[in-house]
Design a protein around this ligand. Structure first.
Ligand code: MTE
Ligand code: MO
Length: 376
C-alpha cells in the first residue's frame, strides 16, 4: 500500500564502489540459477542444470489449457495456430548454446545492479520446432515489414514500465535462414519445461538470451521499428544513461574452464595436487565459428594453445577443448580465451557498459596446488 512505481526514465543503478551484493540482487540470484560449471563436461546440458533467466514470473499453464500462437500485423493471412497445427509444419532440431547477455555482470567495476551473474549464465540444448520463416511465409509478410515482434505470456513492471515481455527481430532476420530461427516446442526431445518457456519459445541461434522469447503467444509484423522497453531501453550498450546505445545482438566469443581439482566450500577456490592436470572446457561464439582456445596459468601473461575437439557440425553449439598442465606447488590464476573465425577474441580488461551486457572478459580461476606432502 502506498508504494509507487519508479519513474519510467529511471536509469538502471550502478553499485557504489564498496557496495556488496544487495538483497534485491540476492532475490534475483535465487530465482535465476546458473550452470554449475562442472556441467560444462556435458555436450548437452542435462535438464535442470541449464541456466535460467526470467524477468517476471513463470506463467502457470495448466496441461489442459489450449495454447494459441497468433501471427498478425503486416501479413496477408493472419494465423491462429494451436500446438497440433504447429506439428503439421516441417520440424527442425538444432543444438544451440544459449548465454545471457548479462553473463559476467557481477564481476564488473562499477557493478550494474541487476541479476548478478558471475560467468555461469550459459547452457546447451537441442531445440525442436518449426522454422519461423515457414510460419511467416504461410502468413504472407507484406513488403513494408520492418520488425517482427514476439510477445511472451509473462507480465511485469520494470523501471516503472508495465509490460508483457516483448522483443523484436529485424524482418530480414525473422524471415531468413542464417541463422534458422525456430518456434520451439521441445528441449532435448521432451516438451519444454515451465522455466524454459512451456509450451512455446523462440530460439535465435547465435543471439544472446534476451532474443529467445519464452511462453510465446503472439508474433506481430510491424512496418515501424519496435520501441518496446526490452528493445529500446534495456539491452543496449550504453556508457552514459543518455546514450542511444547499440543494440545487443550476437554472442561474443567466450571460453570457460571445467573447474579443475576440487573446491573449497566457501571461497570456491580450486585445489589440485602436483603433477599433470587436464585442463578442459568449452568455447563458443555467436558471431563466427570458434577457431582457437588458449589457456593461461599466470593470469593472462602467457598463453598456451589448447586442442579444440573436431568440428562436429553443430555450428551454434559450444566446442570442447583441452590441454595438460603440469602443476607444481603454489598459487595460480587460470584463464581461458576463445577466438572465432572473424578474429574476435576476449579482452583482459573489462569491456564496460551500464547494463554489463555482452561482456566477455576472460575468466579467472584461482587455483592452489598443494605441497606433495600436504596432499597425503
Ligand atoms: N517471455 C520471456 N522470455 C524470455 C525472458 C523473459 O523474462 N520472459 N528472458 C530472456 C532472457 S534475458 C534470457 S537470458 C533467456 C533465458 O532462457 P532460459 O531461461 O531458457 O535459459 O530467456 C529470454 N526469454
Ligand atoms: Mo538474459
Amino acid at each position: 500500500m502506498g508504494h509507487r512505481l519508479a519513474d519510467a526514465s529511471t536509469p538502471a543503478r550502478l553499485a557504489a564502489p564498496d557496495e556488496g551484493i544487495g538483497r534485491d540482487e540476492l532475490a534475483l540470484a535465487t530465482r535465476n540459477h546458473g550452470l554449475p560449471l562442472e556441467a560444462l563436461r556435458y555436450d548437452l546440458t542435462p535438464p535442470g542444470l541449464h541456466y535460467v533467466l526470467t524477468h517476471y514470473d513463470i506463467p502457470y499453464v495448466p496441461e489442459d489449457e489450449p495454447w494459441r500462437l497468433s501471427i498478425v500485423g503486416r501479413v496477408r493471412h493472419p494465423l491462429r495456430l494451436d500446438l497440433a497445427d504447429l506439428r503439421t509444419f516441417p520440424q527442425v532440431t538444432t543444438r544451440v548454446t544459449l548465454e545471457c547477455a548479462g553473463n559476467g555482470r557481477a564481476l564488473l567495476t562499477p557493478r550494474p545492479v541487476s541479476q548478478p551473474w558471475l560467468v555461469e549464465a550459459v547452457g546447451t540444448a537441442e531445440w525442436t520446432g518449426v522454422p519461423l520463416r515457414l510460419l511467416l511465409a504461410e502468413a504472407g509478410v507484406e513488403a513494408d515489414a520492418v520488425d517482427v515482434v514476439f510477445t511472451g505470456a509473462d507480465h511485469g513492471v520494470e523501471r516503472g514500465v508495465e509490460q508483457d515481455y516483448q522483443r523484436a527481430l529485424p524482418a530480414a532476420v525473422a524471415t531468413g535462414s542464417e541463422p534458422e530461427v525456430l518456434v520451439a516446442y521441445a528441449m532435448n526431445g521432451a516438451p519444454l519445461p515451465p522455466q524454459h518457456g512451456h509450451p512455446l519459445r523462440l530460439v535465435v541461434p547465435g543471439w544472446y538470451g534476451m532474443a529467445h522469447v519464452k511462453w510465446l503467444r503472439d508474433i506481430t509484423v510491424t512496418d515501424v521499428p519496435f520501441t518496446g522497453f526490452q528493445q529500446a531501453v534495456a539491452y543496449r550498450l550504453r556508457r552514459h544513461p543518455e546514450d542511444e546505445g547499440e543494440p545487443v545482438t550476437r554472442i561474443a566469443p567466450r571460453a570457460l574452464l571445467v573447474p579443475p581439482g576440487f573446491p573449497d566450500f566457501m571461497s570456491r577456490a580450486r585445489v589440485v595436487r602436483p603433477g599433470p592436470v587436464t585442463l578442459e572446457g568449452r568455447a563458443w561464439s555467436g558471431r563466427a565459428p570458434v577457431t582457437r582456445a588458449e589457456v593461461s596459468t599466470d593470469a593472462g601473461d602467457t598463453w598456451q594453445e589448447a586442442e579444440l575437439a573436431p568440428d562436429d557440425g553443430h555450428r551454434w553449439a559450444w566446442r570442447r577443448w583441452r590441454c595438460t598442465w603440469t602443476a607444481t606447488p603454489g598459487e595460480y590464476v587460470l584463464s581461458a580465451r576463445a577466438t572465432d573465425a572473424e578474429g574476435h577474441t576476449q579482452p583482459l580488461e573489462q569491456p564496460w557498459n551500464r547494463g554489463g551486457f555482452a561482456n566477455n572478459l576472460v575468466q579467472r580461476v584461482p587455483v592452489l596446488c598443494l605441497d606433495g606432502d600436504a596432499a597425503e
